[in-house]
Design a protein around this ligand. Structure first.
Ligand code: SF4
Ligand code: SF4
Length: 210
């Protein structure tokens, strides 16, 4: 199967990339094999967040705790899944990290969609942190996306480090607990967004909609 066939199924607000399962370390492979033992390829879907309502960073504990972007990406994933099954292959949409333990951003960072920035968010090569990720696996062989590695996306400008009100971000270090505590203290269902808003990569929904 060719990734271009999958790309034809997805709307313009989304991007996709494929990764050969053999590019994963054995223990990560095993994790995905729990969902589909014959897995050969991973497809990552990134949806461009253009409205603040779509922005959710906190992990969902239940699949029912979805945001608008997640409902959308799941719909696109179902379309991809139906297409794969029409080609006589199996597929499995991986539940969100809070349920599956599979870190989508780590998988996406293996693709040509982007990399993990100093703010610990996945940075899409064009949209920066304003992206919602989903992952589907299949037993179809799909060639890995060309240029499987992107050039550097995070420019290490330190904007996020300086902007974070509780100093959770350091170069090559992220204090997840501090960030989580702040969210819990403020009772935020969405991320506080400060580090994302100060990242020069991509455009904030505010800028897109002005
Ligand atoms: S989301 Fe807020 S608290 Fe967490 S790292 Fe970013 S700026 Fe800091
Ligand atoms: S604000 Fe600068 S250092 Fe932080 S993630 Fe964005 S580009 Fe990287």
């Amino acid at each position: 199967m060719d990734l271009t066939e999958i790309r034809e199924l997805i709307p313009e607000c989304c991007n996709t990339a494929a990764i050969d399962i053999n590019e994963f370390y054995d223990h990560k492979k095993e994790h995905l094999e729990d969902y589909l033992s014959s897995v050969k390829s991973i497809i990552v879907l990134g949806h461009h967040i253009e409205k603040f309502e779509e922005w959710v960073w906190n992990q969902f504990k239940f699949e029912t705790e979805a945001c608008i972007a997640d409902v959308h990406t799941k719909e696109v994933m179902k379309k991809i899944s139906s297409y794969i099954e029409l080609q006589d292959h199996n597929s499995k949409i991986i539940p969100y990290s809070g349920v599956s333990g599979v870190r989508f951003k780590k998988i996406a960072a293996k693709s040509n969609l982007g990399e993990i920035g100093d703010n610990h968010l996945f940075l899409h090569r064009d949209w920066g942190p304003w992206v919602h990720l989903r992952v589907i696996i299949t037993d179809a062989e799909i060639e890995s996306s060309p240029q499987n590695k992107v050039d550097q996306v995070c420019i290490h400008c330190d904007n996020c480090i300086e902007a974070c009100p509780i100093n959770a971000i350091k170069r090559n270090d992220f204090n997840r607990q501090r960030c989580k505590d702040r969210h819990e203290k403020l009772n935020l269902s969405h991320s506080c967004e400060i580090c994302a808003k100060n990242c020069p990569i991509g455009e904030t929904p505010e800028k897109i909609n002005k």
